[in-house]
Design a protein around this ligand. Sequence first.
Ligand code: CAA
Length: 257
Amino acid sequence: MGFLIIEKGIRPGVALIRLNRPESLNALNRALVAELTDTLLEMEREEAIRAIVITGNERAFAAGADIKEMAEDSAVDMLLLDQFQRWDQIKRLKKPLIAAVSGYALGGGCELAMLCDIIIASETAQFGQPEIKIGVIPGAGGTQRLTRAIGKARAMEYILTGKFFSAQQAEAWGLVTRVVPVELYLEEALRLAEEIASMPPIAVQLAKQAVNKAYELSLEEGLHFERRNFYLLFATADQKEGMRAFMEKRPPKWQGR
Ligand code: CAA
């Protein structure tokens, strides 16, 4: 039995993935994470899909890794399993990912949202890295990504206490792009995904990579990466089309080439 509900083409160029383990608040067990990464890798190959929205349900985006599944594991079990290399595969995806978050986004759930390129939150969203309360620390990127997103002092406070923070705080601190009423969060994420999907896809992918490099490289290396890709885009038909369409005062028709 699968743990995801998938709707391809829910909007032009957009695929929706719903995490569907509601009885466990979408706790991310290994089978779910494997299914999610396999699905994302498959969608990466499908040209018709240009943006992907990941969501949960109103009560929970995901309440973290499945505590019951890992409670008795040894360090060697964890090392041999190396489940977090699956998360690295998500990080390497070229297509834009939008997280539509309502309710709990905790532990691995918060980390999954932060792996996405943009987070849209409902007013009821609650974020947190509560791993400290169960004797561990975030393991799927939380200490690094939350710190980069909201700053060291806040990340320290929330990671060392495990307490949750609200959608409104997440917005004020720059973790989420906007907060919308609970009835609208998914709609808003789909609308944004559709807007991005209507852009020239190679430029979208290179823009995504370049923004992500801002977290990884020195300014000089990042500027170099950006500039090379800017020049590279002049090899695409979509660059010619985009600039001609501008001069001819008509909408562009993208080929993805
Ligand atoms: N793993 C496994 N099961 C979970 C779960 C998790 N992370 N979160 C919730 N569940 C289960 C509960 O055990 C419960 O199942 P039962 O009905 O079988 O008991 C069901 O989901 C509903 O949860 P609650 O009854 O606890 O609901 P609540 O409204 O009282 O509380 C909550 C909600 C505050 C989110 C609470 O469930 C909670 O604290 N969950 C754990 C959050 C957490 O610690 N996440 C971090 C996990 S570690 C991690 O993610 C490591 C990493 O970096 C990858």
